[in-house]
Design a protein around this ligand. Structure first.
Ligand SMILES: [Zn+2]
Length: 346
């Protein structure tokens, strides 16, 4: 990491970022964010959550350096017409975490930046913490402790009951076991399990201001966002997009769309693949449902020739330094990816 940083610093100092910018100006960059922390979530999962100061720094950089931040649909229209302005950036958020409404939106408004939020609707309607993420957070917070799985879950499949939470592997083993064994619980039972685990580990699942962590926004909160410049779009109902069954796939999009139609007046035709997982087999099914674009977790710029149902994005998070962010935006890392591609083919 230190070596990579040194190289990037030298490239930047020698004007390499400006040269890269000129060479990649045809490309559209789509930034991807997930949650903004309400407490210490960015220390727990820095790829998923970002401190609001880091987000503020990113947006200030876009503003100061004259990036053209456009709504997704406008940028795509420009791409289709080959009229994309140089340095165009689209800002996207996945899932609908609470901190996006309370922390990111005021910062975006300050700079007048439009954005797109891809909302997964089942957890919105349930108004309970996103189980798998909250579970792992509790185990991470209790990392100096040992837990006894049989006090959490009644199971005959327990080979080893006690789990020392000091290592990542053991925490993951406990998380997978608990998750697997309560797969059929309803949301209220899962919520009760989280509260019990929080009590046993002495961890607070609320922020210092007593705001619940790992919740998505409510329908009422989401409904305010379009008027604040944030376009709501599709991210499936249950955060899954089956690849082997067209009917199941359609059902995920249709349910997601039906819920969002209650609060969105414009067309819902842009999708983000849950966890970035997709297969080209899904493209004709999605087109039939009127989906015009879909974003992935693949890195890279988008060009006129890029498949609109496999748009690339840069996943920004607390794990990315400001220098890496600038290197990506300048197009320098895009050129490095292209170079690697050429070298791997030859
Ligand atoms: Zn997601």
């Amino acid at each position: 990491m230190a070596f990579r940083h040194k190289i990037l610093s030298i490239v930047k100092a020698l004007g390499g970022f400006s040269i890269a910018q000129a060479l990649t100006k045809q490309g559209l960059q789509v930034l991807c964010y997930h949650g903004i922390s309400l407490h210490d979530e960015h220390c727990f999962q820095p790829k998923l959550f970002m401190h609001e100061n880091t987000f503020q720094e990113r947006m200030a950089y876009l503003d100061k350096h004259g990036y053209a931040v456009l709504p997704l649909s406008t940028a795509l229209t420009h791409m289709n017409q080959k009229t994309l302005p140089p340095k165009t950036v689209v800002i996207t958020f996945d899932d609908g975490w609470l901190g996006i409404g309370t922390k990111a939106v005021p910062i975006l408004k300050k700079y007048g930046f439009p954005s797109t939020l891809y909302v997964t609707t089942k957890d919105v309607l349930n108004e309970t913490p996103v189980f798998d993420v909250a579970l792992r957070y509790l185990l991470w917070k209790g990392k100096n402790r040992t837990i006894y799985l049989n006090s959490i879950i009644n199971s005959t499949k327990l080979s080893s009951n006690s789990v020392d939470l000091s290592t990542h592997n053991e925490r993951e083993r406990a998380a997978c076991f608990i998750s697997e064994n309560c797969r059929n619980y309803d949301y209220y039972s899962k919520q009760a399990l989280l509260l019990q685990l929080a009590r046993e580990l002495g961890v607070n699942l609320n922020s210092d201001e007593d705001i619940p962590l790992f919740r998505l926004m409510t329908m009422e909160q989401l409904a305010q966002l379009p008027s604040e410049g944030m376009d709501l779009q599709l991210h499936t109902h249950c955060h899954r997009l089956p690849r082997d069954n067209q009917k199941d796939m359609e059902s995920e999009i249709t349910k997601n769309r039906t819920v969002l139609e209650r609060i969105v007046s414009g067309p819902l035709q842009h999708l983000c693949y849950p966890s970035g997982k997709f297969h080209p087999l899904q493209f004709p099914w999605l087109k039939k449902l009127g989906i015009e674009s879909a974003t992935t977790c693949l890195s890279g710029f988008n060009y006129t020739s890029t498949e609109r149902l496999a748009l690339r994005r840069f996943l920004d998070g607390e794990n990315i330094t400001q220098l890496e962010f600038e290197a990506e935006l300048s197009g320098f890392l895009e050129l490095m990816r292209k170079l690697r591609q050429i070298l791997s083919v030859n």
